[in-house]
Write a protein that binds this ligand. Structure first.
Ligand code: GDP
Ligand code: MG
Length: 436
């Protein structure tokens, strides 16, 4: 599905310290393919890719320390924008009873959504009523009645013949029975047709709904855009309920609807149970589409790579610049991170043997750090300042014998000499990396 595809695309960028224009271009080509395959409308895809690409190709993104993360953030942002940016809550007007009308194709999930909405409103302290205006499908009213009984919500069936009369009757019934919201469940057709539109318009004129919600089956492919556009033109609606998000819907429809109709998605429904209606949060949906679970681990590894690069750069700087005692502490800490001196030595040729001879004193690293911590800033940066009296003061401060300070300085000078010898090799490594 789309999530998997997009995740795959971004793992392709994984581990790249820098991104080139080519990287972005090829990633965006794949994003385009993935979205088209997920049935996102092609015009929507085109605009989305153009917007996203332009933002990603910005020099600031490409040259940033963590370009992959920035690209992912941009794609998530744009996806959120596509889905509607702001959360859209169900807002009732002050009119009592409030009237919510549901429209949509047959089988899109209107009747189920009507019951789910009623369940939700009831949980929020309202007393809804369901009006069964689908008079064509033989068992439509029975279906609504069954659902109503399940959730303890009154269902108005009227004469079961005239949809407009049933809707009007539902409002009267609601007033008589102190119900504050009427949910009008209407009939759909398998395809957009004149009769369906006219009937929806007639009900709309008669009961003047406070809001009309269109129910859209998430599994509908490309066609969903045409259907939504037709409803938008003929009856108009205020928002969308995306149903069947629990199936293996490719979900492209959800991505297109907002962009094409300008109408917000208000709810997503993911299951047949009455409590499976969720408010729609575009940012969460965008993260879901991008498979944020895995995306997070991708971002984590991108960060790790970046940190490694930083450490490498620091080591190079260290070797090139004059070694000072602050660097000595940094090196100590790195050795400890790598598992201590023993592990480091063990990794060297002949190291295991040396270890066997018991020449390693792990505690030496700690004592070294204590001694360096007793030095002033100037002394650490310019070790040549360390004359006899300074060494005595440092030894006293660190609680060690002055011979240990001398030993440390001897080691320090040896290291410095050794690094000077290693320098050509390090520079060589650097050059090779640069050419790659
Ligand atoms: P209507 O013709 O628009 O009223 O559609 P229905 O509400 O009768 O739903 C058609 C079918 O889809 C029924 O079998 C429902 O149980 C099923 N359905 C509706 N919404 C969902 C959903 O969110 N998830 C799943 N899995 N099935 C749903
Ligand atoms: Mg129905």
């Amino acid at each position: 599905n789309l999530s998997d595809r997009l995740q795959g695309i971004f793992s392709g960028l994984r581990g790249k310290g820098r991104l080139t224009e080519d990287d972005i271009n090829s990633a965006m080509r794949e994003v385009r393919m993935a979205m088209l395959e997920a049935d996102v409308n092609f015009k929507v895809v085109k605009q989305f890719v153009a917007r996203t690409k332009e933002r990603c190709l910005d020099a600031e993104v490409l040259d940033s320390l963590s370009p992959t993360q920035n690209v992912i953030k941009i794609v998530t942002d744009e996806l959120t924008e596509l889905l509607g940016r702001t959360d859209s809550k169900l807002v009732l007007s002050s009119r009592i009873p409030n009237v919510i009308m549901l429209v949509g194709l047959q089988g899109s999930g209107k009747t189920t959504a009507a019951a789910k909405l009623a369940y939700r409103l009831k949980a929020e302290g309202h007393s809804p009523l369901l009006a069964a205006c689908d008079v064509y499908r033989p068992a439509a009213a029975d279906q609504l009645e069954t659902l109503g009984n399940e959730i303890g919500v009154r269902v108005f069936r009227g004469d079961g013949k005239d949809p407009v009369a049933i809707a009007e009757g539902g409002i009267k019934d609601a007033i008589a029975n102190l119900r504050d919201v009427v949910i009008v469940d209407t009939a759909g057709r398998l395809h957009v047709d004149e009769q369906m539109m006219e009937e929806a318009q007639a009900i709309k004129r008669a009961v003047k709904p406070d809001q009309i919600l269109m129910v859209v089956d998430a599994m509908t492919g490309q066609d969903v855009v045409n259907v939504a556009a037709a409803f938008a033109e003929r009856v108009d609606f205020d928002g969308v309920i995306m149903s069947k998000m629990d199936g293996d819907a490719r979900g492209g429809g959800a991505l297109s609807i907002r962009e094409v109709t300008g109408k917000p998605i208000k709810f997503i429904s993911a299951g047949e149970k009455p409590d499976s209606l969720e408010e729609f949060h575009p940012d969460r949906m965008a993260r879901r589409i991008l498979g944020m679970g895995d995306m997070l681990s991708l971002i984590e590894s991108a960060v790790k790579v970046q940190q490694e690069e930083e450490e490498k750069a620091e080591t190079e700087r260290l070797m090139k610049s004059q070694l000072n005692l602050n660097d000595f502490i940094t090196m100590n800490r790195q050795i400890r991170k790598m598992g201590g001196v023993s592990k480091l030595i063990a990794a060297l040729p002949g190291g295991e043997k040396a270890l066997g001879q018991g020449q390693v004193d792990e505690g030496a690293l700690d004592r070294m750090e204590v001694i360096i911590n007793s030095m002033t800033k100037a002394e650490r940066e310019k070790p040549e300042l360390l004359n006899g009296s300074r060494r005595a003061r440092i030894a006293a401060g660190a609680g060690v014998h002055v011979s240990e300070v001398n030993q440390l300085m001897k080691k320090f000078n040896e290291t410095k000499k050794m690094m000077k010898k290693m320098m050509p090799a390090v520079e060589d490594m650097g050059n090779k990396k640069g050419k790659k």
